[in-house]
Design a protein around this ligand. Sequence first.
Ligand code: KG4
Ligand code: ZN
Length: 361
Amino acid sequence: MSFPPTRLLPPADAALTVLGIESSCDETAAAMVRLERGGAWVLSDVIASQVAEHAPYGGVVPEIAARAHLRVISPVVREAVATAGGWGAVDAVAVTAGPGLIGALLVGLQAGKAIALARGLPLVGVNHLVGHLLAPFTRVVGEVHPQPAFPFVALLASGGHTALYRCDDAATMRELGATRDDAAGEAFDKVAKMLGLGYPGGPVIDRLAALGDPEAIAFPQAMRGRSLEFSFSGLKTSVAQHLAKHGQPGSEQGLRDLAAGVQRAIVETLVRKVVLAAQQEGITRVVLGGGVAANRGLRARAAEACAKAGLTLVVPPARACTDNAAMIAYAGAVSLRSGRLDGAALDARATWPVERALAHP
Ligand code: KG4
Ligand code: ZN
């Protein structure tokens, strides 16, 4: 084994180009990011989604995810490298090492190790959540969106995670509160499944809710106090109870109203807690991330609530909210620049708090 790498990182004042690989859940992704003084530029960003393979089951099936990653990882990586200058342009490899589905993570991890080993490149394992929290700093030429500035409070809401973080800089992040049970995206997905709306449920409920009356059916909002923890499993139960009592909605408008009621319960909770977190921490900047940040209701309510509370809100473009490898490449570049380096012993972790990931061994 030729770990440690035979190739050194470019000097600190030179650009650093990192190949990022992500396979923690149901997206196989690879991207090239060039870190230079002017920012972190996304040179390529390839994503193969497995949504269609999991759709019949209404959620991600770990075994199917791992096999699907294995099928597409090579072409996905090759395309990301080829469209960004070829192998000669790659200075280092960053790969998601957790948290996530172990079987899924191992595919990306082995690919990353094999590439690093074969090419003598530095390798670094990246925490998927740190990737999400740094994603808003990645830039695409021609894309116009506001960049966040540290410190900020971030709400990360996806199919697998829902948590609040205080981010002081790229190496100092702390979880302020997380869900005790289901993630917000999972709540959208489970309700959609009960309503026979397919998978993933978030986008469908978002569309229906826009035409519904959020006041028609009041669903509970759990953890109403000053706690920064979330709980969404009660919402799922109360939708099930509503359906048991009233049956499936008999009209399109009935379905829209139900979707609007569910979305309201989720969105109000998320928005209230992110504002509360910022106030408790004395921080004036708020960033949204994760697939649920695509929700139009959440974006609108967060904008309204932040404006009212005197907070600056940054909602990154959709490509930076959902799972992608550009955020992994960028987080890896930052980590490598801080002196971190992994080797053959790098392992997959099902759970991995950001605080522990950022602490140097
Ligand atoms: O970040 P992501 O692409 O993958 C991970 O789960 O890590 O997030 C996917 C989740 C799914 O649960 C999906 O239903 C939800 O994000 N989602 C949405 C919307 N678009 C995606 N939830 C609410 N409204 C949306 N527009
Ligand atoms: Zn994610």
